[in-house]
Structures are given as structure tokens and as C-alpha cells.
Design a protein around this ligand. Structure first.
Ligand code: CTP
Ligand code: MG
Length: 204
């Protein structure tokens, strides 16, 4: 149960992890497509609403990678090792995973952008580290929007059960706790690798 829950929690949250990394890849592939999410807006404190680091490109890449990854994961069928299918079984199609993955990706990027808002308000420059918020912003957003998508699928009748509640609700709350506890460490590891591969300018 213990190790299985860790693997399952990480697997279930993979769309949000991938979405959180997507903007860095997108920046490398489309460096010139960098219109900022905040439209360049400067607030009364003289600082940007979000900053140059949050772009439309990043948001779009997060949604696409989140949706694509969840759809791909739902196609992986485990017989003796149920790692969840993102509502695939309940909806009988790929729309459940696509919706949930897109929502998790959107939520991850939105959580990251919300953190940047507070980073700017507290006077931190773009790219400056802010532990542990840099590591956890997307977890909160990904979980929140993943829940909302699963609720919507159930409420609209597209799914017979609420995927999110099945996986994270009730007695499965330790999966949530594991995500919050393990993510900062994983985040540091992945960013350090990205830095060594010259994908990221800074190792955080
Ligand atoms: N990025 C993007 N769009 C987003 C998020 C990230 O284009 N919505 C790209 C930017 O090029 C950004 C890089 O990915 O510089 C790294 O992302 P992140 O560390 O989240 O942004 P920071 O530049 O550190 O900005 P902040 O201080 O606001 O977190
Ligand atoms: Mg940063």
C-alpha cells in the first residue's frame, strides 16, 4: 500500500508536473512568441502585475501538455496494477482524460502565475527564488482545477463517478499529503537537471 500509493500519487499528478515544465520547453522552441500574460501592466507599487516570465505561450503549452499527457496515460492499461485511467473508463472515451489533463495543466500554470503576483508584490524580481512557493504553487492549482474538471464531468453526466474524489478523496487523503511533501524535492531535482542540460538559466 505504502509504495504503491506514492507511485500512484505521482502518476496521477504527472499531467500537472509536465504542464509545469512545458513553458520552459516552449520558450526554447518558440523564443519570439513571448507576449506576457499581464499585457505589460504595471501596478501602483511600480511593479509588473505578473512579470515577463509569465507568457501566453507558457499557458498554452501547459494546457496542451497536460491534456496530451493525461490522454496518453489513460491509454496505458494496467491489468494487475491499477494506476487510474483519468475517467477513461467512466466516460468511455478520451474526453475525460483530455478535460482533466487540460484543467490540471491550466491550474498548474495559473497557480504559478498567482505566485508570481505575490512575488512581485513582495518586491522579488522575476526569476528570483522563493522557497517553498516556487515548488508548490502548481500543486495547489493543479489539484484545484483537476477537482473542478472531475466535478464538472460528473455533474454534466459525462462521467459516472468523480475521478478526483475516487483517487484523492476520503481515506485516500494520504495521496494528497504525499504530493505536497514529495514535490519540493522532486522539483529541485528536475530543475537541477534542466539547469545542467542548459534548459534553465538558474538551478531552481
Ligand atoms: N514561462 C512562460 N510562461 C509561463 C511560465 C513560465 O513563458 N506561464 C517561461 C519563462 O520564460 C520563464 C521560465 O519559463 O522565465 C521559467 O519559469 P518560472 O521559473 O516559473 O518563471 P520566472 O522567470 O522565475 O518568474 P517568476 O519570478 O515570476 O516566478
Ligand atoms: Mg522561477
Amino acid at each position: 500500500m505504502g509504495l504503491f500509493l506514492v507511485v500512484q500519487a505521482l502518476w496521477l499528478f504527472l499531467p500537472a508536473y509536465v504542464a509545469n515544465m512545458a513553458p520552459v520547453f516552449a520558450m526554447k522552441v518558440f523564443p519570439r512568441w513571448n507576449s506576457p500574460l499581464d499585457g505589460g501592466l504595471v501596478l501602483a507599487d511600480g511593479r509588473r502585475l505578473l512579470g515577463e516570465g509569465k507568457t501566453v505561450r507558457g499557458l498554452v503549452s501547459g494546457i496542451l501538455f497536460g491534456a496530451g499527457f493525461a490522454a496518453g496515460q489513460s491509454a496505458v492499461r494496467y491489468t494487475s496494477f491499477d494506476l487510474s485511467d483519468f475517467g477513461h473508463g467512466e466516460t468511455g472515451g478520451v474526453w475525460g482524460p483530455l478535460t482533466i489533463g487540460a484543467a490540471m495543466g491550466f491550474g498548474a500554470i495559473l497557480g504559478d502565475a498567482a505566485k508570481s503576483y505575490f512575488k512581485r508584490r513582495t518586491g522579488r524580481r522575476g526569476g528570483a527564488p522563493w522557497v517553498p512557493f516556487d515548488q508548490l504553487d502548481f500543486v495547489l492549482g493543479g489539484l484545484l482545477f483537476g477537482w473542478f474538471a472531475a466535478w464538472l464531468l460528473k455533474a454534466s453526466g459525462a462521467a459516472t463517478t468523480n475521478w478526483w474524489m475516487d483517487e484523492f478523496g476520503g481515506s485516500r487523503w494520504p495521496a494528497l499529503a504525499l504530493l505536497v511533501l514529495l514535490t519540493p524535492g522532486l522539483h529541485f531535482l528536475v530543475n537541477w537537471i534542466g539547469y545542467r542540460l542548459h534548459l534553465k538559466k538558474v538551478p531552481w
